[in-house]
Ligand binder design. Structure first.
Ligand SMILES: [Zn+2]
Ligand SMILES: [Zn+2]
Length: 182
């Protein structure tokens, strides 16, 4: 969990800021986002007129599965954070603060313990980095449609295992000819 108490910062004048540096920070961000290790973050918390602005960068190793060869791999990603959190209770009285008319239902709130919960922000921003087709490397050749093995490994000339090897060699010669552009 990454909960930051900002009661002190809420009492400071607008513009006051506080640096937050997380190193080797272990979090669990939900079943749909598997981290291969801890994350690093360099954030600045700044008091605004309305609440607290959190800005900076988060770097995390995400586990993915290659869309071509189905191998698991680790993708090191970095995302920018830029979120404002508004108080949900009055700091002095503890009375609940309602939402402004123009305020979005999904606006980030500082909880009743004057804490900012960063994990949902990390989760949402890191989730956005998930590509449509994750690749273990850009030129991954994928799997052979004939044998299911990796095309990067071994030879995949399955012109038919029951074909005479001499004919297979001839077939290879012919396809070489095609490659020359005849
Ligand atoms: Zn791959
Ligand atoms: Zn094959």
């Amino acid at each position: 969990m990454t909960d930051l108490n900002v009661a002190g910062l809420l009492q400071a004048p607008p513009g006051t800021s506080r640096d937050l540096r997380l190193r080797d920070h272990y979090v669990t961000l939900g079943p749909d986002l598997e981290l291969a290790g801890p994350l690093d973050a360099d954030l600045v918390l700044q008091r605004t007129n309305r609440g607290i602005l959190v800005r900076g960068m988060v770097r995390a190793p995400l586990r993915r599965t290659c869309a071509r060869c189905t191998d698991p791999f680790v993708d090191e990603v970095a995302v920018a954070i830029d979120e404002e959190f508004l108080p949900s209770v009055d700091l002095a009285s503890g009375a609940p603060i309602g939402r402004d008319a123009g305020e979005s239902e999904t606006a980030n709130r500082i909880n009743e313990h004057h804490e900012i919960e960063l994990d949902p922000i990390f989760h949402d921003e890191l989730s956005l980095t998930e590509p449509m087709h994750p690749l273990c490397r850009p030129d991954c050749a994928g799997l052979c449609p004939a044998c299911g093995g990796k095309l990067d490994v071994g030879v995949h000339e399955h012109s038919g295992d029951d074909i005479d090897p001499r004919l297979a060699a001839l077939g290879a010669l012919l396809s070489d000819g095609d490659a020359d552009g005849r």
